[in-house]
Ligand binder design. Structure first.
Ligand code: NAG
Ligand code: NAG
Ligand code: NAG
Ligand code: NAG
Ligand code: NAG
Ligand code: NAG
Ligand code: NAG
Length: 896
């Protein structure tokens, strides 16, 4: 899930940790890569009563259209959104940037938001199951239900009956026998839905809606099964809430992206159709909660819908990368935990009695017959086994299983040396305690554990005739995943830039068996954070089913999930801390405990914020809703402190984000007490931030206050930052990413402009601005200023084609910011994310025609470009709170 469909990647820069990847500026494709879709906007309008008009209108939208027409604004209405009390507005195309000022001054417009676009969720792993004997079928498909207590709720007869869940995704194959096996209708499992886009929709093409949300991608059908697949199939799998009913809102074509205008439409339809729960399969790194889809998702949650949205798959990008719409304040942003088992293969041992040997493959190695073992070294401590050509006296290895020890050289080097002697099948045994997939190129080879290898080598050395075979079916084994029950490495790290608690909770997301469209085989195993969110939607259905549908139950759901979740370790080593809450949220969801909780704690999240806005004093309440008095003991349980910025740099630490154990301290008063049934106790928690940390690495500390009674465990979660967000540099002013310093202007030749340069705008002679952000900003301003401006920028290192790119600029008027004399804006962006280090790494804006952001032609002359980024928590009207960068002189000599 990536935020912007418009972004082109630069594969050459993939290694952000390596030294400068020097890149020739002229190799950069001069394509606009900007955070928003060009010339389309979503307006939100006021209620009719609040719009001053001379004529009378039935709808506030009509009043606004009339004003726009009066002002001679050229606009085209694309879609209208009308759910009173939630969201009333429209998406418009505005082709002429000259209309910006008129739109901004039109009464009745509450907000003009640019449109973002989100990519179709990527299937991390996909294997279509061939039948119940498929070697890749995890032996117990219900492990995720057992990890979370869903099995116990099923045993009580709770399967989510009576609950309606809306799924915004790629559609559902409702003909699948386990998803109803019938046309959509009130007696089926899929009771309704809509296709907002059509098969061919790509995200940039025009949607062609139709009533039939049939799935041609597979993603939506798989996740629909995680929520609600009916039991009774060869794979023994069922959904978390197989008694619930589904509405399928298809927002993706068979592939491609979706823009927010489709999403807002689908969210509002999901609301009007009376769904109790909405599950959203999309999002992109954002860091803020200001986008239209996040705003609408938040309002729905506020009205008592449970809205579950993925936290994102960007764990490798590090912290402060939370996605939208999952950032919506009241949505449940869901992290992923690895399943407890990995389906692997066993080889059978012949010649001696010994247990099968597990090798790290999900499919059997394609090897027939029983092959004798040959070890390239009889020494099980050899550091460089087969790293050099094998000795001349090596036999022809073509009929053996070759066993070789890991170490000192690349696997492929060993395999090449073995192949040189005819070897075709190799098992590499680990030289430590490792057991993980390895890369072996096109060789038939796999990893086994050290003990297995040492056993084989010792038998070989002793002259025992030992051989192995590789069963082509029935060899599947349920290997306990060493990382099982830990947060998936791909799960995105928060918090959001305004320090909201994102993600909220985690659910199983890896190695999940579920339904696929019949045309794609019917069942498949998929892995990815995408699988965790429908799990939470399913658990939400079980909760509503047990407690009754009401806005009160829905609004309390997230707190209940958070306070009853199980705390997640960062590893299974004894001395490691609990996993930072910036990736794990409050822990792994526990469905049974949430439904049966008899202690209600509120609030469930304590935000201590940054040093400048430190809030160390909190109160929360503990209510006993059980039938007997309960004695509670409270204690502090710190989790890891995430060191979010690489020491000595302005760049985010990539995932897995390093964690240290410097923890906050807290006094809890009272720390033990008894609460009678129906009574509530107020608790005061007073925190002191951890010491010994470097504020320049922006360490985020986190943890829990455990609330423990004789038979129950609950917790309140907290999050704080040592350091102030206002001190975090936003604009990258180094050469670390490209090998040349940014921000920069690329000239007509694609070279970096160093001295004063004139641009004629004829024959491609125009400037391109290129910049990167190392942290999100509430406001990025790109202005043209006088060449001789008297301004000392804080940085400086050691849009506009047919139709031109233009932007609106709300607020931020007055103060010292306004005192900086600008000639006119070129572009502005609000609430945008930082750049990825691995992906989506930069922004580029082409000034192909010499116009300001409002479309007015820039008079010929000599200027500079001023880029300003507002620091997080800064005051938009204070110039001091912005970083600034001033370009060399840009001469405009318009020959167009
Ligand atoms: C199939 O599911 C039932 C519960 O529905 C369980 O008792 C049984 O062990 C499962 N079998 C396998 C092979 O997973
Ligand atoms: C696979 O091998 C492991 C290790 O010997 C053994 O514990 C397990 O039972 C085997 N699994 C099957 C299905 O034979
Ligand atoms: C094992 O081999 C790897 C290279 O594959 C090497 O980096 C590591 O140091 C070795 N470990 C031991 C314990 O020999
Ligand atoms: C943290 O503090 C900033 C600055 O006052 C504020 O804007 C933000 O909302 C706070 N975050 C939370 C979650 O309270
Ligand atoms: C539910 O949301 C998750 C994550 O947002 C997504 O990956 C999944 O596809 C959705 N499920 C369905 C059935 O649409
Ligand atoms: C840009 O054009 C102006 C007007 O023709 C001229 O005075 C100036 O010297 C030119 N600057 C450069 C760097 O070529
Ligand atoms: C457009 O912006 C420029 C620069 O800020 C300004 O001088 C001009 O008056 C604006 N034009 C309109 C029509 O608002």
């Amino acid at each position: 899930m990536k935020s912007f469909a418009l972004l082109a990647l630069l594969p050459a820069f993939l290694s952000a940790t390596s030294a400068s990847a020097a890149v020739s500026p002229s190799s950069i494709k001069k394509v606009n890569t900007l955070p928003t879709v060009a010339n389309k906007f979503i307006l939100e309008v006021d209620t009719l009563a609040n719009i001053p008009t001379k004529r009378s209108f039935k709808r506030s939208l009509d009043a606004v259209y009339a004003s726009l027409t009066e002002r001679a604004v050229q606009y085209e209405v694309r879609k209208e959104f009308e759910v009173d009390g939630v969201f009333v507005g429209a998406s418009l195309t505005i082709n002429d940037a000259k209309d910006v000022a008129a739109v901004e001054n039109t009464p009745g417009i509450k907000a003009v938001r640019p449109i973002r676009s989100f990519k179709i969720p990527v299937l991390k792993e996909k294997h279509v199951l061939t039948g119940p004997n498929d070697p890749k079928l995890p032996p117990t498909t219900l492990s995720t239900h057992i990890m979370t207590g869903v099995d116990k709720l099923h045993a009580e007869g709770n399967n989510g009956k009576g609950i309606k869940i809306g799924i915004l995704d790629t559609g559902i194959d409702y003909n699948h026998p386990n998803l109803g096996g019938a046309a959509i209708g009130s007696n089926s499992l899929v009771i309704g839905g809509y296709d907002f886009v059509g098969d061919d929709y790509s995200g940039s093409s025009e949607p062609i809606p139709d009533p039939d949300p049939m799935d041609c991608n597979g993603h939506g059908t798989h996740v629909a099964g995680i929520i609600a697949a009916l039991p009774g199939n060869d794979f023994n799998m069922s959904g978390v809430a197989y008694g619930a009913k589904l509405n399928a809102y298809r927002v993706f074509g068979c592939s491609g992206s979706v823009t927010e205008e489709v999403l807002v439409d689908a969210l509002l339809k999901g609301y009007r159709d009376g769904n109790d729960i909405l599950n959203l399969s999309l999002g992109g790194a954002d860091g803020w909660a200001a986008s239209s889809s996040a705003v609408v998702a938040d309002r729905l949650a506020d009205r008592g819908m449970i809205v579950a949205i993925a936290a994102g798959n960007d764990g490798d990008e590090g912290s402060w990368y939370s996605s939208s719409p999952g950032n919506a304040y009241d949505a449940i942003s869901v992290a992923s935990v690895d399943n407890v088992v990995i389906p692997l293969q066993n080889a059978t041992v012949h010649g001696v009695t010994h247990d099968p040997i597990t090798y790290y493959e999900t499919f059997p190695l394609p090897v027939e017959g029983v092959l004798p073992v040959y070890a390239t070294s009889k020494d099980t401590t050899v550091p460089d086994d087969a790293c050099y050509p094998l000795p001349d006296d090596t036999p022809d290895l073509s009929s053996y299983v070759v066993v070789v020890r890991r170490g000192s050289c690349n696997f492929v080097v060993k395999l090449m040396n073995i192949a040189a002697k005819g070897g075709k099948v190799t098992l590499i045994y680990d030289n430590g305690s490792g057991f993980a997939p390895i890369s072996v190129g096109s060789y038939t080879a796999s990893l086994i554990q050290a003990a297995s290898g040492e056993f084989l080598v010792k038998q070989f050395a002793a002259g025992v005739p030992i051989s192995l075979s590789f069963p082509q079916s029935g060899g599947s084994t349920n290997y306990p995943n060493p990382a099982g029950g830990l947060v998936s490495s791909f799960s995105t790290y928060g918090p959001s830039n305004d320090f909201h608690f994102k993600p909220a909770v985690a659910a199983p997301g890896g190695g999940i068996v579920s339904t696929m469209p019949l045309a794609q085989g019917g069942f498949a195993v998929l892995s990815g954070t995408s699988m965790a969110t429908p799990f939470v939607a399913g658990v939400s259905a079980l909760l509503l089913s047990a407690k009754g549908k009401s806005p009160a139950v829905a609004k309390a759901a997230r707190s209940l999930f958070e306070t009853t979740a199980t705390k997640l370790p960062s590893s299974y080593s004894d001395n490691d801390p609990l996993q930072t809450l910036t990736q794990a949220g409050a822990g792994l969801i526990q469905a049974y405990d949430a439904v049966h909780a008899t202690t209600i704690i509120s609030p469930s999240e304590l935000v201590l914020n940054d040093t400048a806005h430190f809030k160390g004093f909190h109160t929360f309440t503990v209510k006993n809703t059980g039938k007997t008095a309960k004695k509670y003991k409270l204690r502090h349980s710190p989790a890891g402190t995430a060191v979010t910025v690489r020491p000595g740099t302005i760049f985010p630490a990539l995932g897995p984000v390093p964690q240290v154990k410097n923890a906050a301290s807290v006094s809890i008063i009272p720390s033990s007490f008894t609460v009678r049934p129906g009574q509530t106790q107020v608790v005061v928690a007073n925190f002191r931030p951890p010491t010994g940390l470097d504020a320049k690495t922006f360490p985020v500390y986190s943890g829990f206050i455990d609330v423990v009674s004789e038979s129950e465990n609950y917790h309140v979660s907290y999050l704080g930052l040592v350091g102030s967000l206002k001190d975090k540099q936003i604009v990258d002013n180094t050469d670390a990413y490209f090998g040349f310093p940014v921000p920069a202007i690329l000239d007509a030749e694609g070279e970096i402009q160093t001295g004063a340069t004139n641009y004629t705008f004829a024959d491609g002679d125009w400037p391109s601005f290129i910049w990167r952000l190392t942290f999100g900003t509430p406001a990025l301003r790109i202005d043209l200023v006088d060449a001789n401006i008297n301004l000392k920028p804080t940085l400086n290192s050691r849009a506009l084609h047919l139709p031109p790119f233009f932007t609106f600029r709300p607020g931020g008027k007055g103060g010292s910011f306004a005192k900086v004399k600008t000639i006119g804006p070129l572009a502005s962006f609000d609430y945008i994310t930082r750049q990825g280090e691995l992906d989506d790494g930069y922004n580029l804006l082409n000034l192909e025609t010499p116009v300001f952001a409002n479309g007015t032609t820039i008079p010929d002359g000599s200027y500079r470009v001023l880029i300003r980024a507002l620091r997080v928590t800064g005051d938009a009207s204070r110039q001091e709170d912005y970083e600034s960068w001033l370009s060399p002189i840009v001469g405009i000599q318009n020959k167009l």
